[in-house]
Design a binder for this molecule. Structure first.
Ligand code: SAH
Length: 465
């Protein structure tokens, strides 16, 4: 090990920063976060440093470096843009056995400042010993994505209860299990839900019961349209922590491959011959069964669970059965398909509103306000419409939408197989048939769709005539 990692308590300890430019300013601010007593020495200061000095938050030593500046100093950071000046500081510090960091210069430094992931009081520090800072940054990004920002709050809460936890769980094994429960169970959940009082109550209650009961929960997660890059960090974390994942047919394999290896994966798409009602009832029962068995359940849906995803019904069922849940939104097909086809859904000249519509326009269940939909200067995004393009087009045309209105039909949006077909409304059913467009596909109708040929940037574009 080339460098020995330490975490220094700089509170009220005097630290010298040599240099008064942007880098020195950044370092000063970081040191102030750690409550260090910062002295900045330089011929000139940035406006922000000048302001800090005026407020008395730092002390300013004007002029060029003088070894006397090192009197009473614990640490020094050299941040001038002159290597020989930095070397002078570093040498003078070494002579007095004061640790010195020269920014971006491991050779001249006797200590280095790691990249950090800050979930105070939990801090993760990463170093490549100065040899590969870019790699260290990558590692930091990875770790950053793993932990929710409320982790620090959880650690702080655990710290205030440490004595009571020790008293109620004197046995080490039992105490470990309690801490696991603390990290995985309702306390962490309430903090993520920004309900700190409930979190504390749950912790306090659990202290009175010797063994924490198994307590499962459900995270309703929107997986987005297919490209795994469109998952949110929260979705990724939920997949990393899941014991069991109930997923829909629309969720891509690429996304499933990101889930925790030993999570049970349960496909809950429609079974052959099963009707939607039976499918939904089966999903409800499975969710409750797994959660009540103490598992962390992820209910994973394509796009967003609250947009034509029946997420609301599932939550109502969970609420009735007293199962804890959280919701992680996903990028819905309309947003993703528009973005990946180069179609701005609103546009100052072409559209002032957007509608997300499910295209079940069978005669008997058609409650849509077609005259309103046929108005111009609005964007219509139809979900589940490939089977009814003919009917849909006829409805729009007969209620007055212009035959020349542009459309774009996006098949497998955001996936490697994406195809975008564009043309004018009157030709839509014919063109879709000619090109054999299949589900999943999203239809966008409106003036903005005319921008697709010009702004397209992803996958295949087919311009229909
Ligand atoms: N909850 C989902 C929608 C479910 S309804 C969401 O928010 O996106 C299913 C319909 O969504 C499909 O029939 C199709 O119209 C649309 N869809 C979902 N994923 C899609 C994709 N990758 N490309 C195109 N359309 C998609």
């Amino acid at each position: 090990m080339k460098l020995f990692p330490i975490f220094a308590d700089l509170k009220n300890r005097r630290v010298l920063v040599v240099g008064g430019g942007a880098v020195a300013e950044r370092k000063t601010l970081a040191l102030l976060e750690a409550a260090a007593d910062v002295v900045v020495g330089a011929p000139e200061l940035t406006p922000a440093l000048t302001a800090l000095a005026a407020d008395g938050r730092i002390r300013y030593l004007p002029g060029r470096f003088d070894p006397a500046w090192l009197d009473d100093i614990w640490l020094v950071v050299a941040a001038t843009d002159d290597r020989s000046a930095n070397a002078t500081v570093s040498d003078a510090a070494s002579a007095r056995r004061i640790f010195a960091n020269v920014v971006d210069d491991p050779e001249l430094s006797s200590f280095q400042v790691p990249s950090i992931v800050d979930r105070s009081p939990v801090i993760v520090a990463i170093s490549s010993s100065g040899v590969a800072p870019v790699l260290a940054r990558r590692v930091r990004e990875r770790i950053e994505s793993l932990f929710d920002h409320t982790l620090g709050q959880l650690a702080a809460l655990a710290a205030t209860y440490r004595k009571r936890i020790r008293a109620s769980h004197p046995d080490l094994g039992a105490r470990r299990r309690f801490y696991d429960w603390l990290l995985d169970g309702p306390v962490a959940g309430f903090l993520r839900q920004q309900q700190p009082a409930q979190a504390e109550a749950a912790l306090s209650d659990a202290l009175d019961t010797p063994i924490a009961p198994a307590d499962g929960s459900v995270v309703l997660v929107g997986a987005g349209p297919g490209d795994p890059g469109l998952l949110t960090l929260k979705a990724l974390r939920a997949l990393n922590e899941a014991d069991v994942i109930l997923y829909d047919r629309l969720v891509s394999d690429d996304i499933m491959s990101l889930a925790r290896r030993d999570a049970d994966r349960v496909p809950v798409g429609k079974l052959p011959g099963e009707n939607h009602h039976a499918t939904q009832a089966r999903i409800h029962a499975l969710l409750v069964e797994h959660a009540q068995a103490g598992r962390r359940v992820v209910r994973l849906k394509g796009g967003d669970a609250f947009i034509f995803g029946r997420g609301g019904e599932e939550l109502e069922y969970l609420r009735t059965h007293g199962v804890r849940y959280e919701v992680v939104p996903g990028i819905t097909a309309a947003l993703a398909c528009a973005a990946y086809a180069g179609i701005p859904l609103t546009h100052r000249e072409h559209a002032q509103s957007v509608r997300l519509i499910t295209a079940h326009c069978r005669e008997d269940e058609d409650n849509l306000d077609w005259p309103a939909l046929a108005r111009e200067k609005q964007t219509l995004a139809f979900y589940m419409g490939v089977g009814q393009l003919d009917l849909l087009t006829r409805r729009l045309l007969s209620h007055g939408r212009a035959a020349q209105t542009p459309f774009a039909l996006i098949e497998n949006g955001s996936r490697p197989e994406q195809r975008v077909l564009s043309g004018t409304l009157e030709a839509l059913p014919r063109l879709a048939a000619e090109h054999g467009i299949h589900s999943p596909a999203l239809l966008i109708v409106g003036e903005v769709a005319g921008l697709a040929p010009k702004l397209q940037w992803f996958g295949q574009h087919l311009e229909g005539r």
